[in-house]
Design a binder for this molecule. Sequence first.
Ligand code: HXC
Length: 257
Amino acid sequence: SESSTIVVSTEGRVGRIQLNRPKALNALNQQLMEEVVSAAVTFDSDPGVGAILLLGSDKAFAAGADIKEMAQQDYPEMYAADWFRRWEDLAQLRTPIVAAVKGYALGGGCELAMMADVIVAGESATFGQPEINLGVIPGMGGSQRLTRSVGKAKAMDMVLTGRHIGADEAERIGLVSRVVPDDQATSTAEEVAELIATKSKPAAQMAKEAVAASFETTLQQGLRLERRLFHSLFALADQAEGMSAFAEKRGPEWRHR
Ligand code: HXC
């Protein structure tokens, strides 16, 4: 196996994971999956980390699952390994995840980006689910998260034709949060992650939980969960502090960061 497929660091309260297989356009092999998810799980349980930043390279965020590695697999091996299941551990984390996407985010790369909570795209970003051209279909959430994000019309278009879309279309259809010039994508994503990491951590985690629940629940169940989470925040010092700080026209000093 390669030495390491990622570069991990912490800056202030932001945990940073950079995909680092640039010659393979950050193709997501099994080693990279394990390393990214392990690093993210570690950040998630670190009280000093308030947001996770996920970065690729300039030419590619990630050009998909590693086709050369997958080509070796047969059905019993894929089934036994429950191939791609480990990525769900990333999607289930409570810490907000911000991704900066420059260049290709195809197949598993697009699906990985969609596991982030906020996607900042550079103008060069290219999204697509081209698996159909390999005789397969999305396997890391593309048929589910993409459809929930952009709706049936655009998801069917992308998944059935495999066509790539640019950053502007991605923003128009609701796949990404913001589009910025390429040379500002990383710094903007850093700023977003740093800003989220300044908030009350349980409030940010519950905000993520509530929005994420809308993908899985009925409206009534989701609204009830939202109210219960809202009520529960009144058990924490940060609610009193945030509201006092507003009345006193000063910035809040969160206890729970
Ligand atoms: C393994 C990959 C790769 C991938 C690129 N590379 N994508 N290796 N898996 N997904 C490798 C190339 O083989 C090449 O290695 C090097 O990265 C540079 O890529 P090039 O093709 O030479 O670059 P370029 O001509 O600029 O084309 C870029 C590209 C093209 C358009 C992104 O690489 C491409 O189409 N890649 C595959 C995109 C794709 O189909 N993704 C979905 C994967 S399936 P060498 O050694 O030759 O230099 C997927 C499935 C998920 O994600 C679940 C369902 C199974």
